[in-house]
Ligand binder design. Sequence first.
Ligand code: NAI
Ligand code: 15L
Length: 269
Amino acid sequence: MPAPRTVLLTGAAGGLGTLMRDLLPAYGYELRLLDLRPIDDAPDAIVADLADRDAVREAVRGVDAIVHLAGISLESSFEKILGANIEGTYHLYEAAREEGVARIVFASSNHAVGYAPRPRGDAPLIPIDTPHRPDTFYGLSKAFGEDLAQLYWDRHGLETVSVRIGSCFAEPTSVRMLSLWMSPADGARLFHAALTAEHVGHTIVYGSSANTRLWWDLSSARALGYEPQDDSEPYAEKLIAEQGELDPENIAHAHLGGHFVNDPPIWPY
Ligand code: NAI
Ligand code: 15L
């Protein structure tokens, strides 16, 4: 596929969307922005709900690719997750199919496989082909999004890179995040690789920096051309001094999904 130029960024008002609005244009993309919420410094952004199929179809028209970040990003009721993440993602894929968009980069999450035990000692890294083990309705919606992406590749030839993002914030803020952190700059590198790699079909990758304390296998991300430059290790001493080492007897510390397995943060809206 030729390198995409015009990219629809859904969820552009959110935390990750704001970071990517700053970082992705340097790779040559012209971004079209969409979110439920208006964006103060982007008056041209499309304000639309993924529930609005006509608005979604119009937003998708003419773009080369989509980076799909919009949705509920924490745990919520099944009904709310169903609307925003499951039906919303379906509407986006249908619109992309109808408008002939070649590729979607889907913001999946570590929580699609959150009940995978975190590796300890010399145990192997969590493999890409680990079975779906969602830790929440939120994680379940990400597992659905990955399966939807597979269906649209197999049936319609629409390509997707599903990025099971770890924790993409300016800095890691917990001991768990030392293993899952994806620096914003590495996030942009990975999204760029996902947008430009040839023949991805439906590829699932883990999304993190090259952390010393890595828990998962980055090889499928590297195969796209992703070369992470950052490592959370400089933050380790301070975070461990403040929070202590992870306790294997603590269920939240024993699984990839962390506190989502027993006390997930709830979407506030
Ligand atoms: P966020 O909650 O800050 O942003 C999500 C955005 O989606 C919000 O601006 C919200 O208004 C918008 N949105 C929600 N429902 C919508 C709807 N029905 N129609 C249109 N827009 C809607 O979340 P964040 O952290 O920016 O994450 C972005 C994406 O990446 C999410 O899909 C999240 O699940 C995923 N992700 C993020 C991780 C992270 O570390 N930030 C980790 C793993 C996955
Ligand atoms: C996610 O999927 C969330 O969207 C994000 O807010 C973080 O909680 C992240 O996972 C995480 O596991 O740290």
